[in-house]
Design a protein. Structure first.
Length: 281
């Protein structure tokens, strides 16, 4: 059965809209997200437009700072430092990837952890590791919401995460651990990957290879969360999982498009409101 991320994300955004409307009715300041986009990467421009639309939908303020590809690291640092000090800005997001002459880690480390709505700052990563309250990366957070929506209890379940990125693989593993799952992080050098994946009650596919996981990798009745966004041989969007091959043997699966993807932006909106509420006390 499909897990409809589009429907669930709309439901979450509608709940957020009600909360923002309430702030407006009480005459309070409106939460604001500021996105910095450096260069003209087409995919990044699409993501940023989607974030602007989501802000408008829930009634938040959004600001996009668009910079030339040639913008120096120093100029970007100055902008972030100003935004850190700006009390009207609740969330700061630097759209990745950055041009090669700018050090990504250095820039992400500069963002005020209280405004780091991507959840990438070392301080927020440490809080996630320690099980403390911080801002959680949006895609992993969205996957936990999807499991909640199908009333799936991870306690005692075996979760296999294929992919060890700092953005998805590692944080989603920690979130599953917090829910008492037994977690395996697999990757390109894992031996006998099909057998490892076949143990999974929940398989999280996040390696960026189109239709890589077929039924040889999937246990009957498993839940699959497919994070991949790829193009197939017909240039159609597809995930890391061969949907047609596995759909009849799994209990739940997120389609691509319309699964995990829409949740990421909904969680970004939630993180922005959370950051606002923590700052406003």
């Amino acid at each position: 059965m499909n897990i409809d991320g589009k429907l669930i994300s709309t439901k979450r955004k509608d709940e957020l809209k009600m909360k923002v409307d309430q702030l407006k009715n009480e005459g309070k300041r409106i939460p604001q997200l500021t996105v910095i986009l450096v260069g003209d990467n087409q995919a990044s421009q699409t993501y940023v437009r989607n974030k602007e639309r989501a802000c408008t939908y829930v009634g938040m303020l959004s600001q996009v700072i668009r910079l030339e590809e040639s913008t120096s690291e120093g100029v970007l640092i100055d902008i972030i430092e100003k935004l850190n000090q700006d009390d009207t800005v609740d969330g700061i997001l630097v759209q990745l990837p950055l041009p090669s002459h700018i050090h990504e880690d250095k820039i992400l480390d500069l963002i005020d952890p209280a405004k780091d709505v991507d959840g990438f700052h070392p301080s927020n990563v440490a809080k996630l590791l320690l099980g403390q309250d911080g801002l959680v990366p949006c895609t992993p957070k969205g996957m936990m919401v999807l499991l909640d929506e199908i009333n799936y209890d991870l306690t005692g379940k075996e979760v296999v995460v294929v992919g060890r990125s700092n953005i998805v693989g590692k944080p989603v593993s920690l979130l599953c651990l917090q829910r008492n799952a037994t977690v395996t992080i697999a990757h390109s050098r894992t031996q006998d990957l099909p057998q490892v994946c076949k143990r999974a009650d929940v398989l999280i596919a996040a390696i960026g290879k189109a239709k890589f996981f077929n039924r040889d990798y999937v246990k009957e009745g498993a839940v699959i969360l497919d994070v991949g966004i790829n193009r197939d041989e017909n240039n159609k969007l597809c995930g890391d999982v061969d949907y047609e091959d596995v759909k009849d043997i799994v209990s739940y699966i997120t389609p691509v498009p319309g699964g995990v993807g829409p949740m990421t932006i909904a969680m970004l909106m939630e993180n922005t409101l959370d950051a606002y509420l923590k700052r406003e006390g």
